[in-house]
Design a protein around this ligand. Structure first.
Ligand SMILES: NC(=O)c1ccc[n+]([C@@H]2O[C@H](COP(=O)([O-])OP(=O)(O)OC[C@H]3O[C@@H](n4cnc5c(N)ncnc54)[C@H](OP(=O)(O)O)[C@@H]3O)[C@@H](O)[C@H]2O)c1
Length: 250
């Protein structure tokens, strides 16, 4: 019987400079991981996250990398491995939304941007993770946590059906990849956050619909980070292929 391997070694969080990724990086550090994060543009905010992880007694490192660029993704994994050691958990988190609009208003540039970052980016990061962690590639195993969205199920009519669809691709990636690598020491899990208080939302959106989830409020990045940290750890050792909602009942 092959063994699922997980442990508190090095965790890599894409989009770790702000929002859910930043909260996850700090929670992972609190849970014993050394943490590598990527950011796209906000070096100052990435440094603050690195400092917060370091203050918890862990080693941490930030790399500028666009997840939509294969060379950047390879550089990210190589940079974190060189600085911190072999990666055991990858939080596939970086993502964007599009401006609000109906499907009949979308142009090709908009569609290419959202699918390129949210779907292709997630595949590039997952592939790089497997090439390093899979026992079939000489690795020691690990965990991949894909950050999807509740939008992938709800569809986001009138707002961003393209974003919702790009996250549906992430849901399928979680199931398919989990089956591909289950016997190679890698567990693949997904999460679907609902309305979470971060800067990703258009101004006023959370004020407008933040109380609509059954729990009556938006969630915090910390509440999502708690789930990510659990899934990255061996406390979830008999889970793979699942995507968990963290959406206040939405
Ligand atoms: N907040 C929500 O309500 C919610 C709900 C469901 C799902 N999600 C998902 O959760 C994830 C994180 O969202 P968030 O709310 O934390 O967003 P956020 O506050 O806007 O943070 C996004 C993070 O991703 C990075 N990023 C953006 N584009 C990138 C790219 N092309 N390459 C590399 N990094 C990139 C940003 O880097 P810089 O700081 O350098 O710009 C930042 O660190 C996303 O996948 C999002 O779709 C969020």
């Amino acid at each position: 019987m092959s063994e699922i391997v997980a442990g508190r070694g090095v965790a890599l969080v894409t989009g770790g400079s702000r929002g859910i990724g930043a909260a996850a990086a700090v929670e992972l550090a609190r849970d014993g991981w050394n943490v590598g994060i990527s950011y796209r543009t906000r070096a100052d905010e990435a440094k603050r996250v690195v400092d917060a992880c370091t203050e918890l007694g862990r080693r941490a490192f930030a790399v500028q990398a666009d997840v939509a660029e294969a060379d950047d993704v390879e550089g990210l994994f190589d940079g974190v491995t060189a600085e911190l050691g072999a990666i055991g958990a990858v939080i596939n988190n970086a993502g964007i939304v599009s401006p609000s609009g109906r499907v009949d208003q979308y142009d090709v540039a908009r569609l290419e941007r959202v699918f390129r970052i949210n779907s292709i980016g997630a595949f590039l990061v997952a592939g790089a993770a497997v090439r390093r962690m899979s026992t079939a590639h000489g690795g020691s195993g690990g965990v991949i946590v894909n950050v999807s969205s509740r939008a992938s199920v709800l569809g986001s009519a009138g707002e961003y059906v393209d974003y919702a669809s790009s996250k549906a691709a992430v849901d399928a990636l979680t199931v398919g990849l989990a089956n591909e690598v289950a016997k190679e020491g890698i567990r693949v899990l997904g999460i679907r956050p609902g309305l979470i208080e971060t800067d990703i939302h258009e101004p006023g959106r959370l004020d407008r619909i933040g109380t609509t989830p059954p729990l009556g409020r938006p969630g915090t990045a910390h509440e999502v980070a708690a789930l990510i940290t659990f899934l990255a750890s061996d406390r979830s050792s008999y889970m793979t292929g699942s995507t968990i909602d963290v959406a206040g009942g939405r």
